[in-house]
Design a binder for this molecule. Structure first.
Ligand code: PHE
Ligand code: ZN
Length: 884
């Protein structure tokens, strides 16, 4: 039997329009960490599109002080108050509500709503945090104009910020001051933000292409003012890029980025006042790696681009989350690629995206939390900020561009804004804009939004010498997912090319299609049925097919490649993504054989052909170092695990380590040569070329340190000590830790050098957590370190998440100790921060695929969490789906 408090599932099909719409919101805050008073004056009117007459406001963890309707104080009998709502039945058509309530920011460890971080006030309202600040119809289809008055102690909180423009500020006496902000744009409540803090800023006046001048600010704690340049530069680049690529201009006079050390996610696109995890703002060469710099550029871009895709046009309901997130991830991906500018640079970013999909999204799509890009139901919306909604959603947007071309895609974007600026809309509206602007029927394309699971495309080919015709037959199927046993065919763009015996691209003439004067070398086949055959004419000899070029769709592509064909593609494919892919396939085939061999206790061997192919790529100086680095990274243990029927994590680890060791030994001279050839002397620069060199050099070092000679260890120690940037320092330290050599002295000196830099200490924990020599006992030891705390999400992630997700041989220890530890930490974290706890809970998603002996322990750990008396909905949803 369900009790009242058991979590409710919310369904997309149950959407109803709001009964009341809000015109204006005036908020007054008397900020105090223990007792903040929030005065909220809302003018609202009945929605003509609704029959409802009750005003329903959300409210959580706040205390109602008093309530007035059209000037009259309401008695408790005139409204209904529950722990999550405030209902005023049968209200008049025009209403002014005045609500006073209290909250306690310092006690708010969930980091949703109004909270305190390092003594400063911040808010986080997406998805449903505004209701933890005041009573409100906290749903994205209620858009209103906001005015905000902030009052706080001036010495402690000299900076008072909110959305939009500062219209007034002054003194209040008794040491307090105030600031009044007005946001000229209507917005949903999830985009509200305030900051009251002791912070400083780097600021700049910036001229838009239209000639209008805007004020840009990056706000940080005082000691971090030497780490804001890159975020500021990235912001300016983002503004310029959105003008040029999409004709979209910054609509405010002032745009602020604020960094906070305690944050659940990466960053938040609050209107004009983006709040960022420090990880995605702070950088200089001493503390940040190349990967950190790239992350800052991407996230600054992402949040800025939300101003149009998310804020000006927002989501009707949270099921439509990918409308803004998939589109905005696509936009930030394109931005990062354009910032590098070269074709191989673009390809390198694309390969990175493919790796993320395979590492995280494909497993999600095949696991207990599988959901469509536009989910049909959820218990806790916070659990649906997923790689499916974000990264697969971005792939879905990319497919429009692949199908319609860049210009067609731009036309669709233009029409989308023309139709929907200022509205809260659905994924279907975006698809309709793309279709209508291009006169295309995209009805079937809807299935990318409604069907979960990763489609499998199987290719077969036939060459007819006499007819000089090459046939490609493509079939598709999609595995069943929870609640979706049968799937209908998707509309899949499959980009293909054909290579001749010299590795050159053949000109392509598709049978039945008009023949352009200059035949293209890549064509996009549109697979819409279960099976289709495509014929290429005028093919003089049997070619090698390059299928799914550029990873043109988020699918698994199956084709019976011979080793010879893969080697051919690995050396010649003009499509860098497929060139990389051929190497991954060569490696994967062998890794699967090796995994079985490890499990069976057989002797292990790696063929010379494979080693030679890797040697060729490693030493091919015509190839971009960034590309070579990616080509030489073996598929991860997680990705290998997805390819086998029953997962034996120790066997997979053993197989991959064997391959790394064998390559490291066989290519020792070449690795050393590349190590020395790819040094980046002189002043540090995070540009893609320098970063690519460092990546290749540090990958070479890592290979050398799998089975190091004394000279290799010395080389790593020297790099660690003499590094002039964090990329090289961290890479050397990580390689030393992973080598199994005694790294304690290096770890100690690293800690001493960076004790004051929280983000670097996160790396210190993370590197140790992921090292195969770090067992549960060692992680428990690290938790005792004075710098460790579960309360800070970055710190919790650095140690616990890295252990659970990036250290398979130890997490999956045969005695189940890793899982027991996991259960303990999920339960402990849930009491502090349910959102972070639920993310850690997801580490057990794939438990049913492991060898029976491990499954027993995993089930036990899951049940232990499930049996906990007071679980959040967040964790409960994840655990019950895993067990169901
Ligand atoms: N909307 C944010 C982004 O994608 C992510 C976020 C969600 C941040 C929820 C905080 C809370 O940029
Ligand atoms: Zn986003």
């Amino acid at each position: 039997m369900r009790t009242d408090s058991s979590p409710q599932t919310i369904f997309r099909k149950d959407y109803t329009v709001p009964a009341y719409l809000v015109d204006t919101v005036e908020l007054g805050f008397d900020l105090d960490p223990d007792r903040t008073i929030v005065a909220n004056r809302i003018t609202m009117h009945r929605n003509p599109a609704s029959k409802g007459r009750d005003i329903v406001l959300h409210g959580e963890e706040i205390e109602l002080v008093q309530l007035r309707l059209n000037g009259k104080l309401l008695a408790a009998s005139q409204y209904r108050l529950t722990p999550t709502s405030l209902t005023i039945p049968k209200a008049p058509a025009e209403v002014v509500l005045e609500i006073e309530s209290l909250c306690a920011p310092v006690k708010n460890t969930s980091l949703s709503g109004l909270y305190v971080s390092n003594g400063n006030f911040f808010t986080q309202c997406e998805a449903e945090g505004f209701r933890r600040i005041t009573y409100f119809p906290d749903r994205p289809d209620v858009m209103a104009k906001y005015t905000v008055m902030l009052r706080a102690d001036k010495a402690r909180y000299p900076v008072l910020l909110s959305n939009g423009n500062l219209i007034e500020e002054g003194e209040l006496g008794d040491g307090r001051h105030y600031a009044k902000w007005e946001d000229p744009f209507k917005k949903p409540s999830y985009l509200f933000a305030l900051v009251a803090a002791r912070l400083v800023c780097q600021e700049e006046r910036y001229t838009l292409q239209s000639g209008r001048e805007v004020l840009l600010q990056v706000w940080v704690e005082e000691g971090n003012l030497d780490k804001t340049d890159y975020a500021m530069q990235s912001l300016k680049n983002s503004i310029r890029w959105d003008e040029e690529r999409f004709g979209l201009e910054l609509d405010l006079d002032r745009f602020m980025i604020v960094a906070v050390g305690d944050f659940n996610m990466g960053a938040m696109e609050n209107k004009g006042l983006n709040i960022f995890n420090t990880k995605y703002v702070l950088a200089n060469s001493r503390v940040a790696t190349d990967v950190d710099y790239a992350g800052i550029e991407a996230v600054v871009g992402h949040e800025y681009f939300h101003n149009w895709t998310g804020n000006r046009v927002t989501c009707r309901d949270w099921f439509q989350l990918s409308l803004k997130e998939g589109l905005t991830v696509f936009r930030d991906q394109e931005f990062s690629a354009d910032m590098i500018g070269t074709d191989t640079g673009r390809a390198v970013t694309r390969i990175d995206q493919v790796r993320t999909l395979r590492q995280a999204q494909f497993p999600e799509d095949a696991g207990p939390m599988a959901h469509p890009v536009r989910p049909d139901s959820f218990v806790e919306i916070n659990n649906f900020y997923t790689v499916t909604v974000y990264e697969k959603g971005a792939e879905v947007v990319r497919m429009y561009q692949t199908l319609l071309g860049r210009d067609g895609f731009r036309k669709g974007m233009d029409l989308y804004f023309e139709r929907h600026d200022g509205q809260a809309v659905e994924c279907d509206d975006f698809r309709a804009a793309m279709a209508d602007a291009n006169g295309r029927d995209l009805t079937q394309f809807e299935r990318w939004y409604s069907q979960a699971g990763t489609p499998v495309v199987t290719a077969s080919t036939r060459y007819d010498v006499a007819a000089r015709c090459y046939e490609i037959t493509l079939s598709q199927h999609c595995p069943a997912t929870a609640g979706q046993p049968d799937k209908l065919p998707f509309h899949i763009p499959v980009a293909v090319g054909l290579l001749d015996a010299d590795g050159k691209d053949l000109p392509l003439r598709l049978d039945g299609a008009p023949s352009p004067k200059h035949a293209p070398t890549t064509v996009v086949l549109e697979l819409t049925q279960a099976t289709q055959t495509f014929r290429f004419k005028g093919i003089a000899a049997k070619p090698t097919p390059s299928l799914l070029r550029g990873f043109s769709a988020p699918v698994v592509l199956e084709y019976d490649y011979t080793d010879a064909e893969l080697l051919h593609l690995f050396s010649h494919d003009s499509d860098p993504v497929n060139r990389w892919e051929a190497g991954q396939r060569l490696a994967m085939e062998r890794l699967l054989v090796l995994t079985s061999a490890v499990a069976a206790g057989d002797t292990l061997a790696l063929d010379d052909t494979f080693i030679a192919a890797f040697r060729n790529v490693l030493t091919d100086d015509t190839l971009d170092p960034a590309f070579r680095e990616l080509a030489l990274i073996l598929p991860s243990e997680t990705i290998i695990a997805e390819q086998v029927a029953v997962v034996d994590p120790q066997a997979i680890h053993g197989a991959r380590q064997f391959m790394r060791r064998t390559l490291g030994t066989a290519l020792r001279e070449e690795l050393l040569a590349q190590y020395h050839a790819n040094q980046t002397p002189g002043a540090y620069s995070p540009d893609a070329v320098s970063a690519g060199k460092r990546a290749l050099k540090n990958l070479a070092l890592a290979y050398l340190l799998v089975a190091p000679q004394e000279a290799d260890l010395a080389l790593a120690r020297q790099q660690f000590e003499q590094a002039t940037n964090m990329t090289d320092r961290a890479a050397a330290l990580s390689a030393l830790i992973h080598s199994g050599a005694d790294a304690s002295a290096s770890l100690a000196s690293f800690y001493a050098d960076f004790e004051q830099e929280a983000l670097v200490i996160d790396k210190w924990f993370a590197m140790q957590a992921a090292a195969p020599g770090t067992n549960v006992a060692a992680v428990r030891q690290l938790m005792q370190h004075p710098a460790f705390t579960l309360k800070n999400p970055n710190r919790a992630r650095s140690l616990l998440f890295n252990f659970a997700n990036a250290n398979p041989p130890q997490f999956h220890a045969a005695d189940g100790s890793g899982y027991d530890f996991w259960a303990e930490q999920v339960i402990a974290l849930d009491k502090i921060n349910p959102q972070v706890a639920a993310r850690l809970a997801r580490s057990m998603d794939r438990w049913r695929r492991y060898v029976p002996a491990l499954q027993v322990h995993m089930r036990h750990a899951l049940e232990r969490v499930a049996a906990c008396a007071k679980l959040s909905n967040d964790v409960l949803e994840v655990i019950s789906k895993a067990l169901s």
